[in-house]
Design a protein around this ligand. Structure first.
Ligand code: ATP
Ligand code: MG
Length: 266
């Protein structure tokens, strides 16, 4: 049986995952600030628009206007898609109560209900969903990461969505996914950054993709005006070359553990 796969709009990335993301999957997109998570997700949505899919984009870190403006820089017309009933951007940053596609609090139940409402409004058909970021919903309760990811996956995959869920603060693997999304997710796409020879470089690696013989190498990434995110050749750098020093990582993990325990028992 062949698996239906959704293109990300980035041909070289699709090649890393046998042509695209399997339909119905929940994939975690993780990484540090400025590494390209949002632009990658926008590309996935833009491809959905081009392919006639129905699209929902939840934004917690940037306003709807900021997302539309950023997309425009790559030649992706989100305004048009909104007007044509192919895209709904749910703004969870501005908290505007008079805006029907706005969330006034970062509550997981409200989020899921709002997304279902959006899907009902868009109509019947193959759908794409981006939640940028899902980790915003468990910011003050990291112990809920696993449960929330599970709810999102279980409920929303029934509504025909293929989902990219952004998760932040990926200093190390154990911190990166807020204790849970990594096991729930059907796939993990990990963005990273490093300063090499005085220059900021970005990388991407597919760390997990169920039902897929995915590429195991780290690839360098570029972000280009009018084009978007492109995948370059596999990098010769080893993972260790790009990691923080061991003792730094250890300290971060210890302080994070302490924080999580305090939260858990408070
Ligand atoms: N028009 C453009 N041309 C080239 N590079 C751009 C352009 N717009 C943005 N960028 C680059 O993309 C970066 C932002 O990428 P993106 O918003 O996808 O990051 P992110 O991983 O989502 O970060 P965060 O976790 O902070 O949301 C900018 O820091 C800049 O380097
Ligand atoms: Mg972002």
């Amino acid at each position: 049986m062949s698996i239906e796969r959704l293109s990300t709009g980035i041909k070289e990335f699709d090649n890393l995952v046998e042509g695209g993301i399997p339909r119905g999957f929940l994939v975690a997109v993780v990484g540090e600030p400025g590494t390209g998570k949002t632009i990658f997700c926008m590309s996935f949505i833009n491809k959905g628009i081009l392919e006639g899919d129905l699209n929902v984009y939840v934004t917690t870190e940037e306003s709807r206007e900021s997302i539309i403006k950023q997309a425009k820089q790559f030649g992706w017309n989100f305004d048009n898609a909104i007007n044509n009933g192919k895209l709904i951007i749910i703004d969870a940053l501005m908290g505007l109560s008079d805006d029907p596609w706005s969330l006034t609090s970062l509550d997981i139940e409200d989020l899921v209900n709002k997304i279902i409402e959006a899907k009902k409004t868009l109509g019947y058909g193959r759908a794409r969903l981006v939640i940028d970021s899902l980790s915003a919903f468990w910011l003050d309760k990291p112990a809920m990461a696993r449960k929330y990811s599970y709810v999102v996956k279980r409920v929303l995959s029934r509504w025909g969505f293929t989902i990219l869920a952004v998760s932040q603060y990926a200093v190390t693997t154990s911190l990166g996914f807020g204790f849970g999304i990594e096991h729930i997710a059907d796939g993990i796409i990990r963005f990273r950054r490093a300063v090499i020879g005085g220059e900021l470089k970005r990388f991407v690696m597919v760390e997990k993709m169920r039902q897929t013989q995915h590429d195991l190498r780290m690839h360098e990434v570029d972000i280009l005006s009018n084009i978007g995110l492109i995948i370059k050749r596999p990098t010769k750098y080893r993972r260790e070359d790009l990691a923080l020093p061991r003792d730094v990582v250890k300290k971060i993990i210890e302080s994070e553990k302490k924080k999580q325990l305090e939260l858990f028992f408070s």
